[in-house]
Design a protein around this ligand. Sequence first.
Ligand SMILES: Cc1cc2nc3c(=O)[nH]c(=O)nc-3n(C[C@H](O)[C@H](O)[C@H](O)COP(=O)(O)OP(=O)(O)OC[C@H]3O[C@@H](n4cnc5c(N)ncnc54)[C@H](O)[C@@H]3O)c2cc1C
Length: 448
Amino acid sequence: MNDVDSDVIVLGAGFAGLAAAQRLRSAGCRVLLLEARDRVGGRVMPGELAGRTIDLGGQWVGVGHERLSMLAGEAGRPLLPQYTEGQKLLAAGGRQRRYRGLIPPVSPGALLGMGWALWRLRRLQQRVSAAAPWTAADAEQLDACTVAQWRNRNLPTAGGRALFDVATRAVFCVEPDQLSMLAFLHYLAANGSVEALTSTTDGAQAATVDGGMHALARHLAEPLQAQLRLSTPVQAVDQDAEGVSVRADGVTYRARRLIVAMAPALSGRIAMQGISAAREQLAQRMPMGSVIKCQIAYERPFWREQGLSGEYVGSSAVFSPVFDNSPADGSCGALVGFIDGTEAVRWSGQAEARRCAVIDSLVAAFGAQAAEPLDYVDQDWIADPWSRGCYTGVPTPGTLSRLGPALREPCGAVHWAGTETAEAWCGYIEGALNSGERAAAEVLEAMA
Ligand SMILES: Cc1cc2nc3c(=O)[nH]c(=O)nc-3n(C[C@H](O)[C@H](O)[C@H](O)COP(=O)(O)OP(=O)(O)OC[C@H]3O[C@@H](n4cnc5c(N)ncnc54)[C@H](O)[C@@H]3O)c2cc1C
C-alpha cells in the first residue's frame, strides 16, 4: 500500500474536477486529481466521424455561458455559430411541416394553449431560486406535482401536450411523469427559460467549439499533468481527525480535504464514511437521465439545397431533436441528434438495430438521400459505467424540496462539486466549471 500526501484530493476529471484542481493549484495547494477513465473530460468526450473529430458528449456553448466562452478564448478555440439558415421541420399529428423562427406550425388552439403554458411557466419560475430551489414558499407542493400532471392541467390540446413532452425529454432525458415541477422550474431558473433551453440562436445550442469541446478539457488538464492520475477508479473514502483516506485499486491516498466532482448517482457508488444521511439518500434519489447521442455524415449537407436548416423535431420519432453538425469547411454534411427518455432505454444495447432506426427516422424527415450515409457513430451514455446516463442527474419527485441542501453541504472534510451542484447553469458545462470553482473556494476557506 502506498501513502500519497496532498492538501486536497479531487475525484473526477470532468470540467468540474478540472476547474477545482486548477483553482487549488493556482492557490498553491498540493492537489491530486483521481480519474476513473483513461481520459479527462467526463461527459465531454471526443469521437471520430468521417475522419473528423466530433463531440460524443457535451458540445454546445449556450448564450450566457461566460466561463466556457472565456476558456475557449484562452485555449485559442473560436466559437462557431450553430448553422440555422433555412426552414426547420416539425413532424406532429401525422404531418410534417416546414417553419421558421420560434413559433411551431400547430393548430391555433394548440398554439394558444402553448403560449398560455409558457407564460404560466415564466411566472412560476420566478418563485424558484436557481441556487436554492428548496427555499421556495411552496417547494414541497411543487415537488409533489409531476410535470405530466401540470401539463395535463395547463395544456388543453393533445398536440400541445405532445410538443411539451418532446421539449421536456430533450432537455431532461426523462419522461414528464418522472420529473417534479420543482426540479423543472429549478432548471428553468438556472438556465433561463424553456425557449432558451430548446433554442439554437439565443439559446443553449448557440455555438460549438472549433476542434471540439474536448479540446477545452485537454486545455484545462495541461497544467495539471503532474497532479493527474488517470485509470484510477476510487472505491472507498474514509475520514478521521486529520482528513481523508481515498482508496483506489489497492492504493491509499491521504489528504486534508476531498472534493467529489461527479454526479450524485456516481458518488453514491463509492463506499464513503462520514457522509450525512441526507446526502446518502440524495445520491439514491437522483438518477441520471437516459440518452444516446447519434451522428451521421453525408457527402454534402443535402438538406441545405432543399432550403432546410437541418433542425428537426418529431413528436413520435425515435430520433429527435436533430441539428445540422456539418464542418465549417463544408468537406461533408453531418447531422447530430438524440434518442432520449424511455426510447433511449429501449434502444440501449442494440447498436445495429438503433443505427437502422436512426437512419429510417432521417429518411422520414429529410427524404431518400438520408438513406446513404458516409459514416455513423453513436454513444450510448446509459451503458457508460462512469456516467450511467446523461445529460445530468434528475431528482425524483419529493427529493429536491427535502434533500436539496445536501447537494452542496460538506460532510466533514468531503466537499461536493459537479454540474448537479451548480448555483447557476446546472446541468451544463458552464455549471460544472462554476461548481468546481465554488468547491475549491470552499476548501481554501476551510483550510485557511
Ligand atoms: C450527450 C450529451 C450531450 C450534452 N450536451 C451538452 C451541451 O451541448 N452543452 C453543455 O453545456 N452540456 C452538455 N452536456 C452536459 C455536460 O457534458 C455536463 O454537464 C458536464 O460535462 C458535467 O461535468 P462534471 O465535471 O460535472 O461531471 P462529469 O463530466 O461526469 O465528470 C465526473 C468525472 O468523475 C469520474 N468518476 C466517476 N466515478 C469515479 C470514481 N469512482 N473514481 C474516479 N473517478 C470517477 C468520471 O469518469 C468523470 O470523468 C451533455 C452531456 C451529454 C452526455
